[in-house]
Design a binder for this molecule. Sequence first.
Ligand code: FES
Ligand SMILES: [Fe+2]
Length: 414
Amino acid sequence: MKHDLQVQILKELMRQIDDGKNIDAGVQYKVPTSIYADQDLAKNEWDSFFKNHPQMIGLSGDLPEPNSFLTVNDFGVPVIATRDKTGRFRAFLNICRHRATRVETDQRGKRKLFVCPFHAWSYSTAGELVVVADESDFGDVDKSCRGLIELPAAEAGGLLFVHPQPDGELDVEALLGKELLDEIASNGFDELVFGADKTLDMKLNWKLANDTFGETYHFQKLHKDTLGQLFIGNNTHYEEFGRNHRFTTANLGIHELRNQPEQEWQIQKGTFVGYHLFPNIEMFWVGDTLSLIRIYPDADNPGRSISQVSIYYTKEAYEQAISLDEDARAQAVEDTYKFDTTVSPSIEASLEVFTSTIEQEDYVMGEFQQQAAESGLAGEAIFGRNEPVLHHFHRSYREALGLPHFERVETTAH
Ligand code: FES
Ligand SMILES: [Fe+2]
C-alpha cells in the first residue's frame, strides 16, 4: 500500500479515536433474518458465487516450490493445485481419468508424481498422465488425451485463483480492479510463508460468518477479554473497490506511531488491514502475519458453513516463530492477548488468537442468529450507521443476484 495512503488511513483512525466516534454511513438498513435460512436464496448463491464463480484458494506461499501441491474441496469440485516443475501455478480437477476417484488425498505437500490410490495411474504436476499401471493387461490408452482436466488458474499479487469450471472465465484484474490488485501486490503477500491452518465447521449461514468480520462495534463487548485486549474497537476506515473492500481498524500500536515521524509509519504496526474479496474471502494483515479466512456454504444446508482459516508469516517472523523452544512457545500462547509489537508470537499462539476467538465468540453469536433465522420468528435485524462494511457486502451479493438492496431506515445523528 502506498505510504501516503497508509498515513491518511492512520490519521483518520486517530481522529476517530480522539473524537470517540466510529465511522458513520449515515443510514441504517432493515435486514430480513430470513436471508440466512432461505433455501432458494442459498441455492442461487451456491450456483452463482461458488460453483460458477472464480475462487481464491490461497496464497503463493501455499505452493512454495516447484512440485508443491494443495488440494481443496470447498466449492463442489475437488481441485488439485500445483506449482509444476517449471514453477508455474496450475489447477486441475482432482479426478482420475481412469474411473474418476480422487487422485490425491493429502491436503498439501510436494510430489513429482500423483499416484492414484485405486489402480496407480500416475500424473505429473503439469497434469500429464505418465503411467498406466499394468498397461499390457489394461489395453492401450492414449495418454496424450487422458491427462488431468485443467482448470483456469491465475496467480496475481501473491493470491491464487482458480475457476471451478474448465471452460470458466478467470480475469483477476476484472475481479479485483487494477487499483486493489496493485495495492495487494505492493504489500508483499507473494513473499509470505504458510504457517498453519484450521477448519471451522459450524451451524451458521456463510453470510453470517462473513458478517462477523464486518464491524468493529463489537470488539470491546464480545471480545473484551480477547481481541479487545489488542484492538481498540469503534474505529473504522473503509474503502470500496467494486464488490470488494478494504477495512482498517486500529490496534494498540497506533498509540506508539503517534510518537514517530510520519515517514516511518507502517500501517500494519498500528492496525489490522482487512481485505474482503467478493464473495467469501476475508484477509487480515497485522504486524508480520496475514490471516486468511475462506468461507463456504454447505450446498444443501443454509444453516451450515465451513471456514478454512490459514495463517502466513513474513520469512523473518516465520524463522523466529519456528525457532522458539518449547517453553517460549508455551509462554507465547500464554501471552496471546498481551500486546507487544516486538515479539513474533509462536505459530500456535497466532492460530489460537485467531481461531478460538472466531469459534468461541463470533461464530457462537452467529449460531444463535442462525437459530433465530430458522425459527421464522425473528423478523428484521438492523445494520447500523457504524456498520457500512455489512451494507456493502449485502448490497454486492444482492446486486449480483438481481435482488433489491434492503429498505433504508432514515435516522438523525446524535
Ligand atoms: S481410478 Fe485412478 S487408477 Fe483407477
Ligand atoms: Fe469479532
